[in-house]
Write a new protein. Structure first.
Lengths: 361, 219
């Protein structure tokens, strides 16, 4: 993106691309409602957005699968292209940008220099710290070096996906690369976590629009997630919830219960402990979400979701490590019991001998 | 590790290990005392004596007609909340899932609404049992810490279970963690307190009946 683009206000950019006032207001109202903000904030959002300069955005990818970026590009409201062309100035993203190699790195450095202290950093992927961070390098720098260098001049950081937010799959046991989430490394800047594997596209774009239009990060929960999207569990908003309350559960993925749309709790659904907006915002322009497609929630927006036992084990079941410990406890119990009984019988016998002796004497 | 992760994993493993160790310690310890071996000349064969034991188990588990006026209320309360507990523990769908995870077998569950109603009724009976224990002068003097703590540990499981199913007071994962932790407290306490009666009550009645019958006494 050029200087000219970055320095234009969003209103100027919209006018230039022929976006009508009605369409723009609709966009702001939809975004405000997605963020569970009152309609009055939608109007404020519209005013602020028109005046605001398109902020420079640097998108960094570390240990990730690019699924989060794929998801981001499938946002319907606001659409990714609307966001990229009208709301933000995406100055660096090694997957989407045309430039490559030293040209790409030069673009990043220029964007940082021109917008020092004001640009937004979006990150997907965790950062490997083991062995000097050699497991993820680009342009001769480790992910850790690049992260710290870029974040130094950032206004805020948005972690897109569970890998950036909580470490994700690279962080899973045994974590061979020593992966860590961004929040462990960046402690002096506002960090917003938008987890999910991948996150819901509209949740990513709405969080960005919130920051750009209101100039601050949205209200967050204890895991740094926007409350508007992560304030309720999937179970709370699930259309199958009435079946849970009635005790009607599918026992397998192809039984009568599954065909009747009964609750997937017994098939391992993690909806009751997973905070996300899948059941309300849904995916593919509100078409459906995993539970609606017949599969239980995996709990992908929760920290450590990969290490919480089988995806197909119900939450009510324990995550037992092994039967050996219980068998050892049983063996110890039998030995203790036998020992106690032998001791008691010996005591009784000696007491009887004593009584006999006393009687004889 | 979250509280729920702890409760589902290490906490449950530890509680089950203590439960198994404690129960076997006490059962084997008593079984090997050999006190059921008749010490006098048997007056009846072992088969008839065993039938006597089975009969004693039944008759001593039923209110005696002469005392029913004095003992009937307590026995009604006792039987009712035990039946309620068994239904809730064995036939609530998430509990069936728990047992399937533990033993690999499952059975049909009852509708959750029924279970909720029975659980509330059971808790009410539990409170009535405590009130009776505290207000009855004889029972109060017979009661010690074991009685009250065993009551507390069992009631806590019902209360946290009801809170979990009703989503009352905290988020689901927190409530489920509390519920599992309360179950773990119960499992750890079980072998060392009066809750062990679950294993002793019927065998002790049967053995007493057997011994009496072997001696030729009517039980």
């Amino acid at each position: 993106m050029t200087d000219q683009h970055t320095h234009r206000t969003i209103g100027e950019a919209l006018d230039a691309s022929g976006v009508s006032r009605r369409s723009f207001l609709k966009f702001c109202m939809v975004t405000a409602s997605m963020l569970a903000l009152p309609p009055s904030v939608g109007r404020v959002m519209a005013q602020q957005l028109r005046k605001a300069k398109r902020p420079s955005v640097i998108y960094l990818s570390f240990q990730e699968c690019t699924g989060c970026l794929e998801s981001f590009t499938r946002s319907f409201s606001p659409t990714a292209e609307n966001l990229l062309f009208n709301v933000i100035s995406l100055d660096y993203d090694d997957t989407l940008m045309a430039a490559a190699g030293s040209h790409a790195e030069a673009a990043r450095e220029k964007a940082m220099k021109d917008n020092w202290g004001e640009y937004l950093v979006i990150i997907d992927g965790s950062v490997p710290m083991a062995d000097g961070g050699v497991y993820n390098t680009a342009a001769g720098k480790t992910a850790h070096q690049t992260l710290m260098e870029v974040v130094e001049g950032a206004a805020a950081v948005v972690c897109v996906g569970t890998c950036a937010s909580f470490g994700g799959i690279p962080y899973a046991h045994p974590n061979p690369t020593g992966a860590v989430p961004i929040s462990e490394l960046v402690t002096d800047k506002p960090v917003v976590n938008v987890p999910g594997c991948p996150p819901i596209p509209e949740v990513i774009t709405s969080t960005l629009v919130h920051y750009v239009s209101l100039g601050k990060v949205p209200d967050l929960d204890e895991h740094g997630r926007p409350l508007a999207f992560f304030g309720n569990t999937i179970h709370d908003r699930c259309y199958r919830r009435p079946f849970f309350d009635q005790g009607k559960f599918a026992k397998s993925f192809d039984d009568e219960g599954a065909r009747n749309g009964w609750c997937l709790y017994e098939l391992g659904c993690k909806g009751p402990t997973t905070y996300n907006a899948c059941a309300t915002v849904k995916w593919n322009d509100g078409t459906s979400f995993p539970i609606e497609s017949g599969h239980g929630c995996l709990g992908c927006s929760e920290p450590g979701f990969w290490d919480k036992g089988s995806f197909y084990k119900p939450l009510a079941a324990g995550t037992y490590t092994s039967a050996e410990k219980i068998a050892a406890a049983a063996g110890a119990g039998v030995l203790l019991g036998a020992g106690a009984a032998v001791a008691s019988r010996m005591k009784r016998k000696s007491r009887l001998h004593e009584t006999d002796r006393e009687e004889r004497s | 590790m979250t509280l729920l992760d702890f409760a589902r994993g290490p906490g449950m493993n530890f509680a089950l290990a203590v439960f198994v160790l404690g129960v076997l310690w006490r059962l084997v310890g008593i079984a090997l005392l050999n006190y059921w071996r008749p010490k006098s000349e048997p007056r009846q064969g072992w088969l008839r004596a065993m039938m006597g034991g089975a009969l004693a188990t039944g008759t001593r588990s039923w209110p005696h007609r002469e005392f029913i006026g004095r003992t009937g209320y307590g026995e009604l309360l006792g039987y009712s909340y035990h039946i309620g507990l068994f239904i809730v523990i064995l036939f609530f769908a998430p509990h069936v899932a728990f047992f399937k995870g533990l033993f690999g077998v499952s059975w049909p569950a009852m509708p959750s609404t029924w279970i909720h109603l029975i659980a509330v009724l059971t808790l009410t009976l539990f409170i009535a049992v405590l009130v009776r224990r505290v207000t009855n002068r004889v029972l109060r003097r017979l009661s010690n810490f074991d009685d009250y703590f065993s009551w507390f540990a069992t009631a806590l499981v019902i209360v946290t279970g009801l809170m979990t199913t009703g989503h009352i007071g905290a988020s689901y994962e927190t409530l489920q963690a509390w519920h599992l932790l309360s179950v773990e407290l119960l499992l750890v306490w079980f072998p060392f307190g009066k809750l062990m009666h679950a294993f002793f009550i019927f065998p002790s009645r049967a053995i007493n009946g057997y011994l009496l019958s072997r001696k030729g006494a009517a039980s």
